[in-house]
Design a protein around this ligand. Structure first.
Ligand code: GLN
Length: 208
């Protein structure tokens, strides 16, 4: 199985290293042709405006939209989660290109600026025990979810629920950076999506 990692900018090498440790092959995606034959795709963290503009320059926006719409397994981490979202607030003036597909609203810099970056332990029942370390770097959060979206993890200790990991069919989104830890469980979880996807990328109906 081969997982593409969008390699325009950001933490794509770290994702590739994690995937290889799990026995998957990886492919750096910079052009539309690189999407052919992939079993899944990760959009990494970095800077979503820059990534969106580079995707426009490389003619990747429409192919990425088609990829996500086809129902194939796709995971966005941090800036990648912003790109995967249907709606973003706190965007640069004039907006930014989004790929969309995930029926959520994200707040781009929910936790503030670079110096407000932090690490914490998260509980996610899909990963089991123990709680997992999560690195938040100028991180977004999900402020609204549509009906088909399942919340996988929220941050404890806030007045209202701060959603930081969700799933919608074959789409996974995390506001933090699992590729910057040593824990393979999020990547392992994402690879389980592949086992339930047929050649056309359709999810077996029995899946969550
Ligand atoms: N908040 C950043 C953005 O808007 C994302 C930061 C990250 O990916 N670490 O792109």
């Amino acid at each position: 199985m081969t997982i593409g990692v969008l390699a325009l900018q950001g933490a794509f090498l770290e994702h590739e290293a994690m995937l290889r440790r799990l026995g998957a092959q990886t492919m750096q995606v910079r052009k539309p042709a690189h999407l052919a034959g992939l079993d899944g795709l990760i959009m990494p963290g970095g800077e979503s405006t820059t990534m969106g503009l580079l995707a426009e320059q490389w003619g990747l926006v429409a192919p990425l939209k088609a990829w996500v719409r086809s129902g194939r397994p796709t995971w966005g981490t941090c800036a990648g989660m912003i790109l995967l979202s249907n709606r973003a607030v706190g965007q640069k003036v004039g907006g930014q290109p989004l790929i969309g597909g995930l029926d959520v609203t994200v707040n781009r810099n929910y936790f503030g600026r670079q110096r407000d970056s932090f690490e914490t332990l998260l509980t996610a029942s899909v990963l089991g025990e123990p709680p997992i370390r999560a690195v938040f770097i100028r991180a977004p959060a999900i402020v609204e979810t549509g009906p088909g979206v399942t919340v996988l993890a929220s941050l404890p200790g806030y007045d209202k629920e701060v959603i930081v990991a969700v799933r919608q069919g074959n789409l996974l989104a995390t506001a933090f950076h699992p590729e910057l830890t040593d824990d393979l469980r999020w990547h392992q979880y994402f690879l389980t999506f592949l086992q339930h996807t047929d050649d056309q990328g359709h999810r077996a109906s029995a899946m969550v």
